[in-house]
Design a protein around this ligand. Structure first.
Ligand code: GDP
Length: 286
């Protein structure tokens, strides 16, 4: 897991770096976490990418609620954008990327052909996204080999290279790293719940409270099943207590060890012990 300190100067620099790279490419791949597509989105992305053709990739779809991911794909389609669900880790969906990208830039390449260029060059692409959304994993997957992760080490620069993806696509080997929307507390919690933000940054119990509140409303049956609870207490402390008792999370004094309960709940979420979960639906954005 990577953590990057973002300061206004760093953000301006990150934006500038992405915009420099945009000059080299035909299409940008905006990588989002399928479980939290809005919270894993850079707040200035429209401004940063401008008119550059963009393909939205909903990554980690293997961990997201399939029905909700479908809703997100429709949501983006209604906005005139193309989104596809992928799992960069196993490779599911990754093969469609080049074909869809090619289709998105067809007009530009048709124009090149009309100007007499017989064999236009491969379509050139760049991956952009916030830390831990899966950029390196996707680059390695598309490259079919391991490409060293250098993009987020300050001061470490190297010449950018093109990675060949089949015959028809080339990908910049360093992704564009953008910042999430920090101002919004909900965003921080969702990124923490899904593991995109290090556990030391937010209080673990607060993160677990957030997660349990969400699950109580949206996935109560999963909680009942996992922790063998006949009913889900509406009171959050009572819910902690109930899970703690089931799991034997006790302090020396015989009380409930809330840190332990928080650990267990977050571990269960991040390792899919509670099944595939989405923490955002388009309903809140329409
Ligand atoms: P980056 O900071 O954007 O380059 O993110 P990484 O490629 O380092 O990925 C962050 C974490 O997410 C790693 O632990 C990856 O193994 C994991 N990961 C990336 N893509 C997927 C995916 O599609 N599914 C799942 N389950 N995990 C993924």
């Amino acid at each position: 897991m990577t953590t990057i300190q973002w300061f206004p100067g760093h953000m301006a620099k990150a934006k500038r770096e992405v915009q420099e790279k945009l000059k080299l490419i035909d299409v940008a791949f905006e990588l989002l976490d399928a479980r939290v597509p809005m919270s894993s989105r850079n707040p200035m992305i429209d401004d940063i990418l401008g008119q550059k053709p963009r393909l939205i990739l909903l990554n980690k779809a293997d961990m997201a609620d399939e029905a909700v991911t479908e809703q997100w794909i429709r949501y983006f389609r209604d906005q005139g954008r193309t989104a596809i669900a992928i799992d960069a880790q196993s490779g599911t969906g990754v093969r469609q990327i080049a074909a869809v990208a090619k289709e998105m830039v067809k007009e530009k390449f048709d124009k090149m052909r009309a100007k007499g260029i017989k064999n236009p060059r491969p379509v050139r692409a760049l991956i952009v996204g916030i830390p831990n959304v899966g950029k390196s994993t996707l680059i390695n997957r598309l490259a079919g080999r391991h490409i060293a992760k250098t993009g987020d080490k300050p001061g470490v620069t190297k010449a950018q290279q093109w990675i060949k993806v089949g015959k028809e696509m080339e990908l910049l080997d360093t992704p564009g790293i953008l910042w999430p929307k920090f101002e919004d507390e909900d965003v921080g919690f969702k990124l923490a719940v899904t593991g995109a933000i290090k556990d030391e940054i937010l209080n673990l119990q607060d993160v677990a409270v957030y997660a349990l509140r969400f699950l109580s409303v949206h996935y109560p049956e999963r909680l009942s099943e996992r922790y063998r609870l006949d009913n889900i207490p509406a009171d959050i402390v009572a819910l902690f207590d109930a899970i703690g008792r089931r799991r034997g999370c006790l302090t020396a004094g015989g009380g409930i060890d809330y840190d332990k309960v928080a650990d267990i709940v977050l571990y269960d979420i991040r390792t899919e012990k509670l099944g595939r979960l989405s923490f955002e639906t388009p309903a809140a954005w329409t």
